[in-house]
Design a protein around this ligand. Structure first.
Ligand code: ATP
Length: 239
């Protein structure tokens, strides 16, 4: 078993909360309402994964599965500037995959295997957002079972990539403000674990006062629950 790697989310407090950054061989889920910062953290990680290890990166590339057209190259450039990195190089290390529907999304995730086998040093897979297509396509009680089955297939493929190639998987999930936020997780469905043995981190993002954000670790295999405050700036995520 390869050594677990960690990718910095930009903020020291946030990194400390999750044990030093998001982990390879795991799926990390952030959930929260609109504007809570899910896409911002995704963009941050797409840059920080490229940093040297001593700066919180894995000197690797990223696959960004974009399901709602939220990927913004301009935002990547701003964050790259904050780290004094070369824009073009940073952008060229991000493989954008626009998923048009849930089947396409599933296929794209599975095709990451080939991308890696072709020699691309992928260290991070982002799915922003995981659930949008599934929610839109499988409407009504009677389709819930099929939706869950497809979602399981998708998550299983992501976990397999994480394990096989020592990759971190980061997924975003939009949920209502609260309190049912805790029950809206695709990775931990009501009535049983969707991912079974998989080690999964779940982080709840909330909007705080004065533009601040709160991250709450709500589920982790071995870390205590806790919270931290972070900010979103033009340079990216900071304490
Ligand atoms: P949604 O579910 O609607 O996609 P989200 O949780 O992904 O929401 P983000 O898009 O990550 O939300 O966060 C949007 C917020 O990030 C904005 O409301 C703004 O406060 C902040 N933000 C975005 N860009 C910048 C920037 N360049 N400088 C400072 N703050 C920014």
């Amino acid at each position: 078993r390869k050594e677990v790697g960690r990718i910095s989310v930009g903020s020291q407090g946030f990194n400390d909360l999750i044990g030093g950054g998001i982990e390879t061989q795991s799926i990390t889920e952030v959930f929260g309402e609109f504007g809570s910062g899910k896409s911002q953290i995704s963009h941050e990680l797409a840059v920080t994964v490229q940093l040297p290890i001593e700066q919180g990166g894995l000197e690797g590339q990223c696959v960004f599965i974009d399901t709602e057209n939220t990927f913004r190259p301009e935002r990547i450039i701003q964050i790259a500037d904050g780290f004094e990195l070369d824009h073009e190089e940073v952008l060229s290390n991000i493989h954008i995959a626009r998923a048009f529907n849930s089947s396409h999304q599933i296929l794209m995730a599975e095709s990451i295997n080939e991308l890696i086998q072709q020699g691309n040093n992928i260290k991070l897979v982002i799915v922003d957002s995981l659930m949008a297509h599934f929610r839109a396509e499988y409407v009504g009680r009677e389709s819930l079972a099929v939706r869950q089955q497809k979602l399981n297939q998708h998550l299983h493929a992501l976990q397999q990539i994480a394990n096989t190639y020592n990759v971190a998987v980061f997924i975003t999930n939009q949920v209502q403000a609260k309190p049912d936020a805790f029950f809206g997780s695709p990775t931990k469905a009501i009535g049983g674990h969707v991912l079974g043995h998989a080690s999964t981190y779940r982080i709840w993002l909330k909007k705080g006062l004065a533009g601040k954000r709160i991250a709450r670790l709500v589920d982790s295999p071995h870390l205590p629950e806790g919270e931290c405050v972070f900010k979103i700036t033009s340079d990216g995520i900071v304490d």
